[in-house]
Design a protein around this ligand. Sequence first.
Ligand code: DER
Length: 232
Amino acid sequence: NPVENAKRLAAFKAVDNHVVNGVIGIGSGSTVVYAVERLAQRVREEGLEVICVPSSFQAKQLIIQHGLKLGDLEMHPELKVTIDGADESDLQLTLIKGGGGCLTQEKILASCAEEFIVIADYRKASENLGEQWSKGIPVEVIPSAYRAVYQKIEKTLGGKSELRMSGSSKAGPVVTDNGNFILDWNFQTVMNWKDVETSLNMIPGVVENGLFVGMARKAYFGMSDGSVMERT
Ligand code: DER
């Protein structure tokens, strides 16, 4: 499967290039699974000494399943490196994240790391946001405020938002690891993403949004031809 192979290539290269002994932030999603696999392999084979801080229940399960040392942010508020996936990246490494609903703790771990490294397959490498990712920018909101927030977003920023529903697995809206709802905001054009990130977070009731601007140090994109494209 070319996409899964591309994810694995990016993940292995990032772990090999950036992980040294220390405290590592572990992102969420399917690509980061390969990074945890590689991390566990290097611990076994090279005696690497790492403590892993999760960005979600999913990441926590991954760390435990691979027998890695589990830490938390209270114990380790400063991380050596955080490795995480992304839903899309533009040429400036502005990211859309939150496709998996874990954006709030992911952004916290990205902000606490000396280096925030992104791993992804070729489908995520765009010139401008929105070229390949069509589900909009996730916005985590306090449940009682979701209607008020989406009206404010549409009034101030335009576009359309919709409440992310669980689908067949559970009736009703998706509830995040933090007990909140998610609005997916479908923007219409390329915008000043730094301004948008700030505007979104200034709306009372918004907990966090999935725009990661100026945070990633480097991104590794696994390509369908077996190569890895790097963006800094
Ligand atoms: O939800 C997230 O932010 C995830 O990191 C997501 O963006 C990447 O998920 P994937 O690795 O399964 O594509």
